[in-house]
Design a protein around this ligand. Structure first.
Ligand code: 5CA
Length: 158
C-alpha cells in the first residue's frame, strides 16, 4: 500500500477503527467535483457520494447530506426532516466542522460528529465512491457501508 497523505490517512484510520475494510486510494487526477471523481475512477456520476455540509437556517446546526452525484439537494425540503430549512455555509465553516477542505469532505472522520442524511437514490446502487479527506482521495463502499459508518437517516433530498 502506498503512503497516504495525512488527511486521507485520517479517513482510513476512521474506517479501520469502525471495523470496516474499505481502502482509501489517492489518484493522480483530481476528484474535487463529482464529475471529476467519476472520470478519474471510471464510474458514473450517480455512483459518486457528494458529502455536502449545510447549516439549519434558524438553530444554526451543522448537517451533513450525502447525495448522489447527479442530484441537486433541495434545501427547503429539509423542513420535513429537520423542522427547518437548510442554508449553505461558506468554505471556512465546512472546513471548521469537518476538518476537510471542500472537494475532499468525507462521510466520516469529522472534527465534530454531524447529524447525517443519506440520499435514498444511493441505496439502490451496488457500489458507490466517496471522498476521503482531500480532492485526490476516494474510497469504494456499498450503500450498506455508508449507513453503518454514518448512522445517517435515509431520505429523499431532491
Ligand atoms: N470529491 C468529490 C466527490 S468524491 C466531492 O467532494 N464532491 S462534493 O460535491 O462533495 O464537494 C463539492 C461540493 O462542495 C460542491 O458540490 C458544493 O456544494 C460545495 N462547495 C463548493 N464550493 C463551496 C463554497 N465556496 N462554499 C461552500 N460549499 C462549497
Amino acid at each position: 500500500m502506498p503512503l497516504l497523505s495525512p488527511s486521507a490517512q485520517k479517513v482510513q484510520d476512521t474506517l479501520t477503527g469502525l471495523g470496516l475494510t474499505n481502502q482509501v486510494i489517492e489518484l493522480p487526477q483530481t476528484t474535487r467535483s463529482a464529475a471529476e471523481a467519476a472520470q478519474a475512477i471510471g464510474c458514473t456520476v450517480e455512483q459518486i457520494v457528494k458529502s455536502l455540509v449545510f447549516r439549519t437556517k434558524h438553530s444554526k446546526k451543522p448537517i451533513l447530506v450525502l447525495a448522489s452525484g447527479t442530484n441537486r439537494v433541495n434545501e427547503k425540503k429539509f423542513i420535513e426532516h429537520c423542522s427547518e430549512p437548510l442554508e449553505r455555509p461558506d468554505a471556512e465553516y465546512v472546513r471548521a466542522q469537518t476538518g476537510f477542505v471542500i472537494g475532499g469532505v468525507a462521510p466520516v472522520g469529522h472534527a465534530v460528529p454531524l447529524e447525517t442524511y443519506i440520499d435514498e437514490d444511493l441505496m439502490k446502487l451496488q457500489e458507490i465512491w466517496a471522498a476521503a479527506g482531500n480532492p485526490f482521495a476516494v474510497f469504494k463502499l456499498t450503500p450498506a457501508d455508508l449507513l453503518t459508518m454514518t448512522g445517517g437517516k435515509v431520505v429523499s433530498v431532491k
